[in-house]
Design a protein around this ligand. Structure first.
Ligand SMILES: *Cc1c(COP(=O)(O)O)cnc(C)c1O
Length: 355
């Protein structure tokens, strides 16, 4: 049976990414060796990193003065690397979910942290607005897409101080005005590549301003200087990322990707709003295009398990909601085909007819 992969992360990747990576694992560039067996410093691998960097810059229209880095450690390591490198006295954080909260917790190890607003009391069902960002903060940190709660900041905010964003789960889902940010980071495993590589887009002039000593590996300047080659980068995930970037370009870039994402998400949200059995959990204006959270309407709460079973029997994978939200979560990342969204909608309609 065809599987419809709604996993939240690691999650669905373009078929061409998987196929090309599989080929390179068996025989890289006709070398008779696996990409896993060659030196990251070989003349064959450097072009992979260079091209991935160049495509990052091209697809996101990154202005000059920024550097793209490919690191290890996941987005979670960035929770501490960001304050290590940028926090001298005070940082501001917007608390929009579990990941935002974890980022903020790490920053407290390095200085004063101001939580400018939080939607925690409402179980993160919305993105707070109308808050004030302290102008003496070293930076303001946001999480653009809240993977667990299905809310998203889909515009590039104006900030009086350096804007830092965790874009782990919505990078490359829409065009981004990178010039509004000082630093953007994310784990690759939601919209880009298998787990193992973390991307950082950093404005170089922000580095080297803090007074503390920074361990070599945690200092962005190390990786800027050595072009992500200070130590062995995650070679296979970087190769896979390059395949996804090429796929994005062949689709027509991020404007086109955003159009497709909007279409897929509105198909599913329309069904959630129409179907008497279901309701969305996130506030409508803050709904994510990447993670669509919904639960049974109160009077049908007892049907949750049955719907889950029906969905599984029809090939849906990974739609169980995160334990802190319950119900269901359909992740509709870039690589998820429209047919999979339609299959889930058909399943919801069928369940409504029979209940
Ligand atoms: C998944 C996720 C993370 C954690 O990423 P790791 O690479 O596993 O550390 C952080 N932030 C957001 C928004 C995420 O979705």
């Amino acid at each position: 049976m065809k599987k419809h992969n709604f996993n939240a992360g690691p999650s669905i990747l373009p078929q061409v990414t998987i196929e090309n990576t599989a080929k390179a694992i068996l025989d890289f560039n006709g070398s008779g060796m696996s990409i896993m067996e060659i030196s990251h410093r070989s003349k064959d691998f450097q072009p992979i990193v260079d091209e991935a960097e160049a495509l990052f810059a091209e697809l996101l229209d990154i202005p000059s003065g920024y550097k793209v880095l490919f690191l290890g450690g996941g987005a979670s390591l960035q929770f501490c690397m960001v304050p290590f490198n940028l926090l001298e006295k005070k940082a501001a954080y917007l608390n929009t979910g579990a990941w935002a909260n974890k980022a903020q917790k790490e920053a407290k190890l390095f200085g004063e942290v101001v939580e400018v607003a939080s939607s925690k009391d409402a179980n993160y069902t919305f993105i707070p607005k109308g808050y004030t960002i302290p102008t003496d903060a070293d930076y303001f940190h946001i999480t653009t897409n809240n993977t667990i709660y299905g809310t998203e900041i889909r515009t590039d905010l104006d900030s009086p101080v350096t804007l830092v964003a965790d874009m782990s789960s919505d990078i490359f889902s829409r065009p981004v005005d990178v010039s509004k940010y000082g630093l953007i980071y994310g784990g690759a495993q939601k919209n880009l590549a298998p787990a193992g590589v973390t991307f950082v887009i950093v404005k170089e002039e922000l580095l080297g301003k803090v007074s503390r000593a920074i361990p070599t590996m945690l200092d962005y300047r190390t990786h800027v200087k050595d072009g992500s080659m200070f130590n062995t980068p995650p070679v296979v995930p970087v190769y896979a990322a390059l395949q996804t970037l090429k796929w994005l370009k062949s689709l027509g870039g991020l404007k086109e990707m955003e159009k497709i994402n909007k279409e897929k998400a509105s198909m599913l949200y329309d069904e959630i709003d129409r179907n008497k059995l279901f309701k969305g959990t996130a506030m409508v204006e803050d709904r994510s295009l990447m993670n669509i959270c919904f639960v049974m309407n109160d009077e049908y709460a007892s049907l949750e398990e049955d719907f889950g079973k029906l969905a599984i029997s029809q090939g849906m994978v990974g739609i169980k909601g995160h334990r802190s939200v319950g119900g269901f979560r359909a992740s509709t990342y870039n690589a998820l085909p429209k047919e999979s969204v339609q299959a889930l909608i058909n399943c919801m309609k069928e369940f409504e007819r029979t209940h």
